[in-house]
Design a protein around this ligand. Structure first.
Ligand SMILES: Cc1cc2nc3c(=O)[nH]c(=O)nc-3n(C[C@H](O)[C@H](O)[C@H](O)COP(=O)(O)OP(=O)(O)OC[C@H]3O[C@@H](n4cnc5c(N)ncnc54)[C@H](O)[C@@H]3O)c2cc1C
Length: 489
């Protein structure tokens, strides 16, 4: 790789994380960076997920970049197309497109100690950089269950994150697996047009009424003319959301009002007590992500919907057989089965100073310091990394905290004339012990549900156990004392 230009920074992934970091670099005057994205466009989650009904569940006055305000949101909780357009617009507006290579997948990234740089193999050729920012997303690798007999299935099958728009489902017999955040958005959209919908629900979710509403044109005008008003709305949403973190991690009594809201919602929308019992979760509220919908219960009570609780025992050529042995003829099988957050393929592709990959070091339980840096992997900044996910607020807020930390790391390197930073293993260890101790009492760990927050070793490697302002405070400054720094050879 002798003749390859060595960028100051290479960023992998063009979602909110990678794109936001690119914008912040540009704003800070760093121009020598490259942003690669395996998809055909920027947008990440919001490019990949095009299923009907796809919508954010945090109001976009908060779920957007603080440095790229948008007064034009047409709903409190915008639909996917508008969020994607916002991200595309950010890429254009902040001059990121000339740095961006779409359709470019990272195949391998190796830390070359002698040269103090990362060498990247991608589907469009080699790259090199002093610092590697991995922003591959947490919810970017679809998870599909292995269904016995699936290889015989002759109908159409797809995951919600890879929606097949050529199959318009009209009049079709559809099996949809899952009753989580995605299923709740998809089902009300497709139920009116499918012939029959067999909905395979393993665990019912807690659902509260949606508070979405259009944003009046006058309000948008006001936001344009008085930016402080939108900032105020952002702060208000942030504060309300943060109060939930108190309940989740400190005092569950705080969550009782939300539980009551969910129970009343169920009672109001589902008159049949037997069905209500099947739709009542047997675990604590917030143990899994809470769901907003005013259309889910009406949709699943429609005459063309069967709610199946016994799972899928077998798939045949044109049918599925449920756990009670009932065979159901189907044309299309849809997986609304979520993602594999703790088993990201990129972890197998990034190799640190002793040649081991992140996956080999992690052994199924991802760990980092501040969810961002990993011992043994110099000059690597991992975004939306281990234990940075939230159950109550905007991931963009977490990502912006990581941008600040990353920028300060670069700034510190320049200031100290350092060519390498690597978190000290003991710092990472103490940090993770603290997180796990705090998580032990959280509703996620003790609320009686199984969830994707737990990795294959049964460890919660996903959730941040506190307020987001604590995370922001801890990432505000690059704490050089927690790192081994080395100057250029
Ligand atoms: C349907 C859905 C709804 C959501 N709604 C909300 C919400 O309302 N509020 C909220 O806070 N969060 C929500 N999330 C979480 C959401 O993922 C984050 O808010 C945010 O979009 C994460 O941004 P990111 O850039 O870290 O990851 P992503 O948006 O996932 O982007 C990562 C990018 O990295 C690319 N990539 C991965 N590996 C490689 C590779 N090897 N080479 C090149 N490129 C690669 C991927 O293709 C992807 O484009 C939602 C997630 C989903 C799936």
């Amino acid at each position: 790789m002798e003749d390859v230009h060595v960028h100051e920074v290479a960023i992998v992934g063009a979602g909110f994380g990678g794109l936001g970091m690119a914008i912040r670099l540009k704003q800070e005057g760093t121009d020598d960076f490259v942003l690669i994205e395996r998809g055909d466009d920027v947008g990440g989650t919001w490019w990949a997920n095009s299923y009907p009904g796809c919508q954010c569940d945090i109001p976009s006055n908060l779920y957007s970049f603080s440095f790229a305000r948008n007064p034009d949101w047409d709903r409190a909780y915008p639909m996917r197309d508008q969020i994607l357009e916002y991200l595309r617009d950010c890429a254009r507006r902040f001059g990121i497109l000339p740095h961006t290579r779409v359709g470019c997948e990272l195949l391998a990234a190796t830390w070359v100690a002698d040269a103090q740089r990362w060498e990247l193999e991608t589907t469009t050729g080699p790259l090199a950089a002093r610092v590697l920012v991995a922003a591959p997303g947490l919810l970017s690798e679809p998870s599909t269950p292995d269904l016995p007999g699936f290889e015989r299935f002759e109908g159409n099958a797809f995951h919600t994150a890879d929606w097949d728009h050529s199959d318009d489902l009209t009049g079709k017999r559809v099996a949809l697996i899952g009753a989580g955040a995605t299923a709740v958005q998809v089902v009300p959209e497709i139920q009116p047009r499918v012939g029959r919908l067999h909905l395979f629900q393993r665990t019912p979710p807690w659902v509260i009424p949606h508070t979405d509403h259009p944003v009046a044109v006058g309000m948008r005008d006001l936001y344009r003319r008085l930016p402080a008003l939108q900032k105020l709305s952002r702060a208000g949403i942030y504060a309300i959301r943060e109060s939930l973190a108190f309940g989740i991690t400190r005092d569950r009594r705080w969550l009782k009002a939300t539980e009551l809201n969910a129970r009343l919602h169920l009672r109001r929308q589902v008159p049949d007590p037997k069905l209500r019992a099947r739709l009542t979760p047997d675990y604590e509220i917030f143990c899994k992500r809470i769901i907003l919908s005013s259309r889910w219960y009406p949709a699943i009570q429609a005459p063309n919907v069967d709610l199946v609780g016994s799972g899928i025992a077998e798939v045949r050529e044109h049918s599925v057989v449920d756990g009670d042995g009932v065979e159901r003829e189907i044309d299309t099988l849809i997986y609304a089965t979520g993602f594999k957050p703790a088993e990201l393929p990129i972890a197998e592709r990034i190799r640190g100073s002793d040649g081991s990959s992140l996956a080999e070091v992690w052994q199924g339980s991802p760990q980092a310091y501040l969810g961002t840096t990993v011992a043994g992997f110099p000059n690597l900044l991992f975004f939306y990394g281990p234990n940075t996910n939230l159950g109550h607020s905007s991931i963009v807020y977490v990502l912006e905290s990581q941008f600040a930390y990353a920028l300060d790391a670069l700034h510190t390197m320049r200031q100290l004339g350092a060519a390498e930073f690597e978190v000290r293993p003991e710092v990472q260890e103490v940090y993770n012990e603290e997180l796990q101790e705090r998580l032990a009492d959280s509703v996620w760990n003790t609320g009686g549900c199984g969830s994707w927050y737990f990795d294959r070793n049964g460890r919660n490697s996903i959730q941040w156990p506190g307020f987001t302002f604590e995370y922001r405070r801890r990432t505000r400054r690059f704490d050089a004392e927690s790192y081994r720094l080395a100057s250029a050879w």
